[in-house]
Design a protein around this ligand. Sequence first.
Ligand code: ADP
Length: 191
Amino acid sequence: MLNIVIFGAPGSGKGTQSAKMKEKYGLEHLSTGEILRSEIKADTELGRLADSYMSKGLLVPDELVIDILNGLIGRQGDVKGFIFDGFPRTLAQGEALGRMLKRHGGDVHAVVSLEVDEEELIDRLLKRGRISGRKDDNRETVESRLKVYRAQTEPLKEYYRTRGLLKNIEGTGSVDGIFASIEKEIDRLVK
Ligand code: ADP
């Protein structure tokens, strides 16, 4: 199994690069943001609860996302591996991910961190908000998501750096150029 975490601030391009990794390496793409948005769309109890955090730019509580992921990983049959997109977002989630994968005989093999400066992130997110209408892509919520990212999510970089798993990738430039840098890192793992 090959398990990759795609890491980065909101707007850093995790979803875009995940789609390319999924296509090239045949990995399952698990995006907690997408999963939560589909729960909101279906108006489930979980969706309503998640929305009360997401619309404010706050993280959904760890137990909820950890449970969702646990269920999904457990239900997958014979897969080549996973791309974790938007998970983990806290140290507790990082530790939980390690435990979950270990239970299935796996591990995290690389953490691809997309580095984009803050001005560009805000620009991209506000642009996306105007096009896609994602309702957390407005100025107020974007600012809160970036704050949450710095306080709660960024410390994971150190966690993975000390484990030798962190791969910093320059996240500005063309989509294909960025993907080429990611391929260089992953090809080294699959050879
Ligand atoms: P982005 O990375 O652009 O913020 P996502 O789709 O990954 O977009 O996440 C959108 C929102 O979903 C987050 O702001 C957060 O509220 C919630 N969310 C997604 N993943 C997690 C997670 N692993 N833990 C807690 N909340 C999450």
